[in-house]
Structures are given as structure tokens and as C-alpha cells.
Design a protein around this ligand. Sequence first.
Ligand code: SAM
Length: 206
Amino acid sequence: MGWRLLEPRNPGEGIRGAMGGSRIFEQPQYRAEAESMIEFIAGPQRVVVEIGFDHGMRLLAQAHQNPDTRFVGLEVRERQVSRVAPHCPDNLRVFRADARTVFGAVLPDACVTRVEVLFPTPWWVAQKRERRLLITESFVTDVKRVLRPGGDLYLATDVAGYFSAANGLFGAWTQAELPEEVGVLSRRERVCKRDGLTVYRACFRT
Ligand SMILES: C[S@@+](CC[C@H](N)C(=O)[O-])C[C@H]1O[C@@H](n2cnc3c(N)ncnc32)[C@H](O)[C@@H]1O
């Protein structure tokens, strides 16, 4: 049987998000992308999903350093996706998609080893201008379903309030060791280093 869009939490409603929410996956082009994402991550190898990869340098470096792991990058900005896509090695695919809809309506149960969220859009931008607040109760529920047993979510942010809200939402999870440094910094991480800003980090394990 082929892939089917998962039932939304409230029947009759899709998952809200950029690009029209999860209903976008009913369109043939996006449905085909969802199917290829699922096919790409199928199998026993480690699967890492980075959300909001921006210029993608860190994601590309990780994929080159770990050829036996499959990497998926999700980013809502089309320009970022089309810039990174031509440089992806065989173990990396990037998709223009809202991570909330991908986790809520596309990815099967227990298929991902690690989710990485580096410097998520702060809520004062996400809520007022773009309505893209990522880490909410429903997103945490979806991540828990999608992670394999023992899987984790790595979060880094320089927004103390976001970090504290995330700690509350992941309160029932255990704290795991932080992943090893990749050796290439994300754009925001570079700014934090340059300006001496505190970066809050946690790895939440199911
Ligand atoms: C503050 S920037 C951080 C970018 C990068 N991770 C870094 O550390 O420099 C947040 C990024 O997440 C993307 N983004 C925001 N909400 C998203 C969502 N729901 N799904 C996928 N990407 C998202 C934005 O387009 C942006 O590139």
C-alpha cells in the first residue's frame, strides 16, 4: 500500500503551517516529495533531521562526515533550499517544507534517530510576523512519535525564554549528552560567538 497522509489530530483540519499547512501534501508535487522523503529514510541506518538549516553549511559538513547516516534538511525558505540542494552528497536530501507539517502529517512512527533545531525563529518573530513558532506542545508530541526509542532532539538557542519554555515542554524527557561539535558553525551560532552571546543547549531524549 502506498503512503497516506496521516490523520490530523483534529479530524477535518490539517496541521497548520507555512505553505498552506499539511494540505499541501495532497498536491501531486508535494505528495511525491513526501513519498521520496519517506523512501529515503527507510531502513536501519541512523536518520538525522535538521530543521531550519538556512545556508546549510553545518548540515552539509555533517553529511560529509557521516556517510553511513541519512540526513534530511527541512527549511521553509525556498532560496535556501535551492542553494543547498545541488551540493548534497548521496546521504543528504533537503526539502522546502514546514517542519511542523512534516512531523505532524508525513513522517511515520519511529523513523528518526535525532532531530536538530539550531536557533529556532524566536517567538516574537514567529508569532507576530510569520506564525512559525516551532516548539509547541503539539510539535513535541509529534517529535516523540517520530523518534525511534532512545532518539533525541538537540536544541540550541540564544533566547533564554525560548530555552526555558522548551525545557518545560520536554520536561518529561531525559537530558542526554550534547552531540559532538560538527566543526562548522551555523549562521546564528557564528553571530553568537562573534558577539559573545550565551548559547543555551540541551539534548532531550525520549
Ligand atoms: C533564526 S533562523 C536559524 C537558522 C540556522 N539554524 C542557524 O542556526 O543559523 C531559523 C531558520 O528556521 C527556518 N524555519 C523557521 N520555521 C521553520 C519551520 N517551521 N520549518 C522549517 N524551517 C523553519 C527559517 O526559515 C530560518 O532559516
